[in-house]
Design a binder for this molecule. Structure first.
Ligand code: SF4
Length: 599
């Protein structure tokens, strides 16, 4: 990397002692580039083996990469922590202004440890690190209001980000998320709950430093190339026009759209809540993450009347895309777009992860229908497909946890079904709730073997549609294809490139961009680094007790046909077995994996 690049500076913060220090970690950035690569190393160094995820020593790592602030779409921040939802690897990516603000504040990574005795928020204005009292913000109903108050109280020069939790994080819902810039999220694996366990309400970062490049004219040339490709490519146009919500109707037509807890994979009312329909009737504005010319963030404007005032309305601005429409829409049989947006708005304001919340509510509805849970458990709520008003109340109860049933739901379907039964239709993989694809074996094998058990790890849904729809793969070939994709994604997420731009950042372009930031690497180096990062993540999971022996695969996925036909359990288990041999056994302690992980 280039001399004087502040990327190698890592800010270590101790919330218990209210102290901090900055260390030069060029050793890590030179070897693992940044983002996910550096993040997993810092997690391994800082997270003691076997700790409770709510132990103060669980670190929160935020890491960015060398291309951040310099090139378009290098807009993501990678967060790493031990997940309270799965007990294994917690990794989550978000954009907004977070990555550019961290880089311009003069850091490549932040490591936050310890726990405060009273609510705090961190205000990091370049080298000025402040621990502010957040008692007045703790318990506020809406995280949008929290963001606004902090913004008004923290004037800052340059780029500024405010990453904060809602009530779900304060109350340790294991899938609470962290919201940044109101509409972007560090979602899924419970970063919000780790914030809550540390009494950390928010992290504000601001800065306006300059970032060096190796050759100004070459930099400008490559920047222009990337910019034009991004704004002219038909793929990116799709993200700009309707966003990922565009996928609702095609996927539904194919028969790969999980509906009513995957009792079926086609939703009869998909048109009403499709990207087209919401855009036509509700689209209020579009936004972009910093340094992104695409602007895929779609915000609906929903006018809601006050109950007891004639002609008084409030307008809520609600971000939507494919995944929340799936989880809080089709998965719950909600066909009224207004009702769906209202439900999304509530889930957002408490900063619950929308995907997991939807899958949890879907499981609860089926469990209620089947008599596994009673009205006593639901506190009088009659959970029923499509009834968004009842779902809003149930989501509030998940956040608030007034009884054992809602406390169980606040830990996800794996946990709730272990108490109330119904594991056959508890749709989680590696304890993480499923994403909105029932496209074939690729999606579910991908969920099972991905480092985060997320559709973003290896895009199994895409392998189903682009490869398996045309030719057969053996279970081993499928697992290999998914692992290859996941290895390359380690490079993209070490550079903190938005995955939507994966078609733009080819290996050739990536190497040119890296060269301009002082990294002289070859394609083989990228392959080796990607492989190593993926192994390190799996090593961390194995160290924390993860195993695929006797892995639970929800029976429901074999009952509901996919566009590629009925799934074969033996095929999926063979693919998982192959992954286990090729990845997990190689990083297991008896092969030296644990020793390496503890070093
Ligand atoms: S494409 Fe969308 S998510 Fe990706 S960087 Fe741009 S605005 Fe952010």
């Amino acid at each position: 990397m280039l001399p004087h690049d502040p990327l190698s500076r890592v800010l270590y913060i101790d919330l218990t002692k209210k102290s901090f220090k900055v260390k030069d970690r060029s050793d890590l950035f030179e070897k693992y580039i940044g983002g996910a690569g550096v993040g997993i190393q810092l997690l391994k160094e800082e997270c003691p083996k076997g700790i409770d995820p709510y132990d103060p020593s669980n670190p929160i790592v935020f890491a960015v990469g060398p291309l951040t602030s310099l090139f378009p779409l290098a807009s993501k921040t990678v967060a790493m922590f031990k997940s309270p939802h799965t007990g294994y690897l917690g990794e989550s990516h978000a954009g907004g202004r977070s990555a550019v603000a961290i880089r311009m504040a003069g850091y490549g990574a932040l490591v936050i440890k310890g726990s405060s005795s009273r609510p705090v928020y961190l205000a990091i204005h370049e080298d000025s690190i402040n621990f502010r009292d957040a008692s007045a913000l703790w318990g506020m109903e809406s995280n949008f209001t929290v963001g606004r108050i902090i913004r008004e109280n923290e004037p800052a020069a340059g780029m500024r980000t405010i990453m904060r939790i809602g009530k779900a994080g304060e109350k340790l819902v294991s899938y609470a998320c962290v919201t940044t810039e109101s509409y972007r999220h560090f979602g899924r694996l419970g970063l919000g709950a780790v914030f809550g366990s540390k009494k950390l309400k928010a992290v504000l970062v601001s800065g306006k430093r300059t970032i060096p490049t190796a050759n100004k004219s070459e930099y400008r040339k490559l920047y222009d190339e990337l910019y034009h490709t991004a704004v002219e490519s038909p793929l990116m146009k799709k993200y700009h026009d309707l966003g990922t919500a565009e996928n609702i109707e095609p996927l539904n037509m194919l028969g790969g759209m999980p509906t009513r807890n995957l009792l079926t994979a086609k939703f009869e009312s998909a048109k009403e809540i499709s990207g087209d329909s919401i855009a036509e009737n509700y689209l209020g504005r579009r936004l972009a993450c910093s340094h992104c010319p695409v602007g895929c963030i779609h915000i609906a404007a929903l006018r809601i009347p006050y109950e007891d005032e004639t002609y008084f309305y409030k307008t809520s601005m609600i971000s939507y895309d494919y995944e929340p429409i799936y989880a809080l829409g089709t998965m719950l049989g909600v066909s009224d777009p207004k009702g769906l947006l209202k439900l999304m708005d509530h889930v957002e304001s408490w900063a619950l992860d929308a995907m997991t919340t939807g899958v949890v509510l879907a499981w609860a509805t089926e469990a209620f229908e089947k008599g596994l849970v009673s009205e006593k458990d639901t506190m009088g709520l009659k959970l029923a497909w499509g009834d968004y008003n009842t779902y809003i109340k149930a989501a509030h109860n998940i956040m608030d946890q007034p009884n054992d049933f809602y406390a169980a739901l606040a830990r996800g379907v794996e946990h709730a079904s272990s108490i109330y039964g119904g594991s056959d239709f508890a749709l989680s993989f590696g304890k993480n709730e499923m994403a909105g694809y029932h496209t074939g074996p690729g999606t579910h094998v991908g969920h099972l073997i991905g480092a985060r058990h997320s559709h973003l790890d290896n895009a199994g849904y895409s392998v189903d549609q682009k490869i398996l729809a045309k030719k057969q793969l053996s279970p081993e070939e499928l697992a290999d294809a998914l692992m290859e994709e996941e290895k390359w994604r380690q490079i993209l997420s070490s550079l903190t490139i938005c995955f939507f731009a994966r078609g733009i950042y080819t290996p050739e372009v990536t190497l040119r961009a890296l060269k301009l930031t002082g990294f002289e690497l070859a394609k083989e180096d990228l392959d080796r680094i990607g492989d190593e990062i993926l192994r390190e993540k799996n090593r961390f999971k194995v160290r924390e007790g993860f195993s695929l022996d006797n892995v639970r695969i929800p029976k429901r996925i074999f009952e509901t046909p996919t566009p590629l036909g009925q799934l074969d359990e033996a095929f999926i288990r063979k693919a998982v077995e192959h992954f286990k041999k090729k990845m997990l056994e190689e990083v297991a302690p008896e092969k030296g994996g644990a020793e390496k992980a503890e070093a």
